[in-house]
Design a protein around this ligand. Sequence first.
Ligand code: ATP
Length: 435
Amino acid sequence: MLYAKYELSEGYMTDSAENTGDVLSPKNVPLEPIISSEDLAKLRKTNISLENRNYELRETVRQLRLQIAAAESERDQYRRESRKYKTEISQMKTPPLVIGSVEMMLEDGRVIVRSTTGPQFLSSISEGVDKSLVIPGAQCALHPQSFVLIEVLPKKYDAAVSTMEVEEAPDVQYSDIGGLATQKNLLREAIELPLLKPKLFEKTGIEPPKGVLLYGPPGTGKTLLAKAAAHETNAVFIRVVASELVQKYIGEGARLVRELFALAREKAPAIVFIDEIDAIGASRSADAYSAGDHEVSRTLMQLLAELDGFNARGNVKIIAATNRIDVLDKALLRPGRFDRIIEFPLPTKEERETIISIHTKKMHLAKDVSISSLAEATEGFNGAELMAVTVEAGMQAIRHNRSTVRENDFAEALNAVKRGREQPEARELPPGMYL
Ligand code: ATP
């Protein structure tokens, strides 16, 4: 029930009224209801429907808020995509940067840069570039129009260097090499001792040899022995064929040499094996000096510079190999460079016997096979050819569906290899065979 209000000053509340909470008129007269029960019911109904409506509207607001959040996140995504496409478009519009290497720093803050295509530029350095990184030899990018140095490229070895044959402690042991006893001892002294016992040289007060040159006919075990030295010293074996160092563009070969040695220092202890060194180390007559020759000699100069700046007691060793020592530049052979020269001759009869025994170690040989008479019959053969004879004899046995190799298999193999030696162009070999 709803009652009319009274001014408090005019009315009062009885004790019971205080207790029950009923409001009484000053004269304790019950108040007249000011709204009928029907109206009250209607009001209550209206109130309920308004509350429902309120709830509905709140729900709508909540849904709309969710929709706004989704739309905003979609907008942000489109913004990001648009930024990405804008960058891509601007990248497509920008001409490619010129790559070069810093050659010299001038006192006025400018640098001389040689681009990979050949020409040199006198460039200034852009504001945002860290000047401490701009050092001679650093790879950098130049703006294509102004040739301002705008970026120093991260120190990364050239792809040609990183694809060079790098073997962690190769799986070749001295026992896998037949003969070559003197060569093994000389290489031990020149490579193994300085790597394993550098203190010994310090105490004796001498410098170990910096580089070792192996020379002799092809297939006489030069690479094999260098790998065995790396195995023995647990060193990383980095093999490069010198002709790979001769590049098309000026200065590129020299940079490859620098990076090759940087790679060796990083992987130390390491043995750098430069095969066919005559490709860069051959002396040239002054009258036939072409631009290509200049590039080759620049590469050789860099190699000599690396050798000169090399710590002989350090843990990087250099072995070079050649079949043509007669054409090598004298500068390479002077003391302090490749000062230990080891000859690899063709194997003697006894050595041929050992080499054949090594390569037939895992083969099933028939009783009639005599390694000694095989060694006799292979006069003038090198190690690679001896190995070829054993492989071909094994192939003959396989062709006849046998696992035991007989004397006549070796006889046929010997003839095939001899034919290949005498007339390389008229080799009668089954397809897929290389001797
Ligand atoms: P190149 O001058 O052509 O590079 P190389 O002298 O470096 O030749 P290697 O690559 O060492 O010759 O030898 C070629 C193969 O011949 C070896 O993989 C090995 O199987 C065999 N060979 C050569 N010499 C010997 C040897 N003394 N003992 C055992 N095998 C040998």
